[in-house]
Design a binder for this molecule. Structure first.
Ligand code: PMP
Length: 397
């Protein structure tokens, strides 16, 4: 057998802990709150089929040809208009790059800015795939404390003072994955201010912001950015469909042009047919109305989940109360090993994602993420009862 000499970028242990969890949770008798998928019953399949048909009728050759690295101009124009209307973020076409999902934007920013040994500041906990991306470029992480209002700005400033070498701050300010928390308005303003003061870049990742079922929209950190230190990322994955793999970055022109060079090395450009189809869909359909349907459904499912938490969970369990997005976060006191807890829940035919991989530093024992977008109402009702019973057993033993 050949022992392959992989680059340092490849994780040494080669294990995929979350993959193993999702595999265990895929057993049909298990009610799984472990995944992170949108509700497929709301994908606009018919409307998209019509859009694709029109693309083939009207722009078939362009859609099947190689395209521009930055993306289809009409779609970049839509993004520009969209971020202005929704987030109060202004810019020119040169500030927009279409990416292959926002995951690629994460990777390109990691590649463009993170040298081995560079410090990246992250929310504690944070999106685990972002940790994987930055780790692959050799980042050292510093976790910054959060509360119900998102990342704490006094903690961020302390971390920036303690780590003057820090290069990047990564944040998911709306309905964060994994906690569901949203960063308060004043903190966003402060974050942009701190980025300029300490000359550190903020990577603002906003896949969930539009999926709000309660409360008032809060504009992006980027809308307070006067110096170009904030790079903003969006995606169609949660508002339309993740399968198209279409996301975007809005950033300073210089940053966008360097990211474009790196993107060319990665995939030349994002899927042209998908971009043309989405433009056509947006021209003929009301995306806001569609997003409202999604938000209403997730709001109902989240309410059912919270009802289950209140009814069945042991005393003293803490949980977040998101106003949008797809996840909530649970902390069970007195649990030392969350993976053991996960196994116990599997015995009760219910699954979640243990919190450990979401932490850059020491994980909080007994914490886990629940997804409410992808389970049907009757599954949520039954699953929360089973989960409550498993937790009662774990806590009382
Ligand atoms: N960022 C966060 C916080 C996410 O939760 C996800 C999807 N799970 C992504 C980025 C990647 O999304 P996509 O590549 O589909 O746009």
């Amino acid at each position: 057998m050949t022992k392959f000499n992989f680059s340092k970028r490849v994780p040494a242990d080669g294990t995929d802990a979350v993959g193993a969890i999702l595999k265990a949770a895929a057993d049909p008798k298990i009610i799984s709150f472990a995944g992170g998928l949108p509700a497929p019953e709301l994908f606009p399949v018919k409307e998209m089929k019509e859009a694709v048909d029109r693309v083939f009728d009207e722009h078939g050759q362009e859609a099947m040809q190689y395209g521009a690295a930055k993306g289809v101009t009409a779609l970049r124009e839509w993004v520009l208009q969209h971020v202005k209307e929704k987030e109060n973020v202004t810019g020119q076409l040169e500030n927009v790059l279409m990416t292959t999902g926002s995951e690629q934007a994460l990777d390109l920013v990691g590649k463009a800015f993170v040298n081995p040994g560079d410090t990246v500041l992250v929310e504690q906990p944070t999106y685990l795939c972002a940790l994987d991306v930055f780790k692959s470029y050799g980042a050292n992480f510093v976790g910054v404390e959060m509360d119900e209002q998102g990342m704490k700005m006094d903690a961020l400033e302390e971390a920036l003072k303690a780590h003057p070498e820090a290069k990047l701050v990564y944040t998911v300010p709306n309905f964060q994955n994994p906690t569901g928390r949203t960063m308060a308005l004043e903190r966003r303003e402060k974050m942009a201010e701190l980025a300029a003061k300490y000359d550190v870049y903020v990577l603002e990742d906003n896949p969930y912001g539009e999926i709000r079922f309660k409360g008032q929209h809060v504009p992006a950190v980027k809308s307070f950015d006067k110096t170009g230190h904030v790079f903003y990322m969006g995606t169609f994955s949660k508002t339309l469909a993740p399968g198209f793999r279409l996301g975007w970055v809005v950033a300073d022109e210089d940053v966008v042009s360097k990211l474009t060079v790196l993107k060319q090395s990665a995939d030349l450009h994002s899927d042209n047919l998908a971009q043309y189809a989405v433009v056509e869909f947006l021209n003929q359909n009301d995306l806001d109305a569609h997003v409202k349907q999604i938000s209403d459904l997730y709001g109902k499912r989240k309410a059912l989940m919270t009802e289950g938490l209140q009814k069945y969970f042991p005393e003293g369990v803490k949980y977040t109360d998101p106003e949008g997005g797809m996840f909530l976060w649970v902390e069970v006191p007195g649990v030392d090993d969350t993976v053991e807890l996960f196994k116990k829940c599997l015995e009760h035919n219910v699954a979640f994602v243990p919190g450990d991989p979401f932490y850059a530093g020491k994980p909080q024992p007994g914490a886990f993420r629940l997804n409410y977008s992808n389970a049907k109402e009757d599954q949520i009702k039954a699953g929360m009862k089973q989960l409550g019973e498993a937790l009662q057993e774990a806590v009382n033993n």
